[in-house]
Design a protein around this ligand. Sequence first.
Ligand SMILES: Cc1cc2nc3c(=O)[nH]c(=O)nc-3n(C[C@H](O)[C@H](O)[C@H](O)COP(=O)(O)OP(=O)(O)OC[C@H]3O[C@@H](n4cnc5c(N)ncnc54)[C@H](O)[C@@H]3O)c2cc1C
Length: 421
Amino acid sequence: MIVVLGAGVVGLLTAHYLAARGDHVAVVDRESAPAEACSRGNAGIVAIGHAEAWAGPDAPGRLLRAAFGRDPAIKITSFWDLELMRWGGRFLANCTKAAHRRNSDRLLRLSTYSRELLRSLEDELALEYGQQHAGSIYFFQDPRQFEARLRSLDGAARDAGAFRELSAAAIVELEPALAPIAADLAGGFLSSGDFSGDCHLFCRALASHLRKNNRVSFCYDTDVTRLRIEKGLVKAVETASGPDLDCDTVVVALGAGTPRVLMSAGARAPIYPVKGYSATYPVIDAARAPKLSGVDETALVGFARYGDRLRLTAMAEFAGGDLSTPRARLQVLDRYAASAFAGAIDLTRAEHWAGSRPSTPQGPPYLGRLKHCPNLWVNAGHGQLGWTMAAGSGRIVADLIGGRRPGLTDVSAEAAWLERA
Ligand SMILES: Cc1cc2nc3c(=O)[nH]c(=O)nc-3n(C[C@H](O)[C@H](O)[C@H](O)COP(=O)(O)OP(=O)(O)OC[C@H]3O[C@@H](n4cnc5c(N)ncnc54)[C@H](O)[C@@H]3O)c2cc1C
């Protein structure tokens, strides 16, 4: 029996690809339903145009501004957190040009591979989750940020027409719903291969498909406390409530909960919970609501429309795992929604949410198995791109467990304890 820990989008897609090759799989989660943590309220953009590592030459300056409270999109509220200090040290070590290029290249390759898998899965299983396939626009209010991003865009993808540069006027022509903020736009680009959909709905539909077909069993309301290791192998998963779960192989896909469980197997995984917020509004005037998804890269606000709902997401906050939703943070979303989309949505009926992006200092996730415990696998740390990369990383890990050559190599972040994919 293969036990997948975590019923977020990453755990579910890993379970899908394992079950597809005939394995008996059980998925374990402490919540009572799938995708109740970070996969619940994200922007839902399969964001190839966003596949860039946060750690880069410009990041230290931006973090410094954030530390002094001078960056509206990035907040640091857990200064004296030892984990954040350790993580921050590694993050800074990855801010060189060479590391940024290497990590961004891994993110882009994994995201592109994953997108193709997700599209085929959507067709194969006829999943409905409010998806649109028209692409995403990424735009900038700050011309210097725009120039820097254009320079860093992958040359091959630009040449292939995957990314099309847009003037401010062209952005509004493509997405007239952005007309109210036209004066603030410095430029942007269209990533035509992007698509979007409600990740939570997708996860629920996928979990229900896996259960109906008797391919995967689910153990909800089960808090994993530690792994029992004997003679260099995981023998059982220990839980807070029920009996231990015996297993042949374990995949840890616990998002921000990964470090605590891996620690019991002697591995220190620097995955930090970087908090973000979302607000979902009912659409009241479909003609004025955006048809494309997109990201305002300067304000770090993402938006995606799922039929009669529009979701906005914002902020990167280093808050040590706290998931409260202070009014001041939510107002950032509501103010942006009012400036850009007033009239299209009902601003008085927002559903607010906060979640923790499970972020590695490098950017790419940890994929592979523990060097000192060969039946213990990791698929975690997908940061701001978990929905984008989940199908690809699930497939790679399932292929490796099955002893098959994966469709991509050299995409995992490095870690001393990891035999990485
Ligand atoms: C505001 C915001 C916007 C985002 N927008 C996008 C986007 O547009 N596109 C994109 O690609 N990504 C986006 N992301 C990132 C994406 O949501 C995450 O990368 C992704 O959801 C991570 O999936 P996961 O399965 O690894 O983690 P999770 O969804 O958090 O799943 C982990 C699961 O493990 C369970 N768990 C944890 N610890 C334990 C334990 N001890 N015992 C049992 N169960 C446990 C949790 O209950 C949870 O179900 C966004 C994130 C945020 C916060």
